[in-house]
Design a protein around this ligand. Sequence first.
Ligand code: ZN
Length: 361
Amino acid sequence: MIKFQLKKENPNIEILESLYIDLEELTDELRFSYQHLSKSVSNPRALTGINDTGEWVMSCCPMHAESRASFGISKEPPYHCNCFFCGYLGTIDALIENALDLDDGEGIKVLLSSYIIEEKQRTFDMVDFIENRRNKFMIPHLKESSLDAMKLSRSHDELLYQSGMNYMRSRGFDDRTLETYEICVDTATETLVFPQRTRTGQLRFVQKRKIGNSYHGAKFINEGSAIKKDIVFGLHFINKLRTTEHRIRRIRIVESPIDCMSNYQVGIPAVSINGRILFKNQVRELQLAGIEEVDLMLDNDKAGTKGMEDAAILLDRAGLIVNRVRYPSFPAPKDSNELLKASLLDKLETYNVNLIGSLFT
Ligand SMILES: [Zn+2]
């Protein structure tokens, strides 16, 4: 039998003790990430079979192959983990690192970015915690100087720069929009750069899109922190206005930065969730930015529709007013950017869906 040792001192104990973690949800999320690792082949049932014994949330152990749930996470902070079969012992942050093959110190970041659900004590100041510990101290960011270097790389290849920017103009964008969202070309990697910032404006990562079609490998590359579940593209502009007379309470939620920028260009406040799934942490960021009402406008396809149904439930539960934007039926445009190019983006109707959401609660 393998022996595991508890780390002597866990510098994160204090943080863990202050967190409320929904362990069943956490286990599900870990399961989701785990199943994409090659080692899941030899332990296919890891983190399945969740059951709550009152004291422990049990599931199949991610550290040894089994089909009956022997692995427990204590429901009391700091959430010790214990496999009653193989003897694995450790805190939840270390478990995340071991199960997902992450480096030391990454586990706590995953927790802080994804699983804070509610404050444990009344005296716990969530806003202060998020501002001062999570964003500035805990989650790694990308240095502004690295984005500056990408912007300056134009001088190495003006032709490539122009071809990248012309592509963006062909998508209907004017220079003001491109400047506002800091779109630039990184000539070193031959990519268009979309900076992704936190609600408070810190640079978390950049999304890079290969220019042209003659590239090898992935069309999109991310550079910077892998923690993204709290990132809402464009939200830092809205957050800045929160305490001013121009506060924005209602926004459109779209899928991609390009869709967000399309709406901006026609004067409609919008943010992008960088995909079809709205995460709880993103909902929290919207609330912290002062948003009270949203118009859902994910892509006009099956996945987008499902994403909007799921998002409506989350937003409704969080107390926001939820509407959906009605796409024109003919010709059927697939997203905000197509509507921008057809000059229809600012001419759409919305309808309220809070009633639909409440059917599920
Ligand atoms: Zn085990």
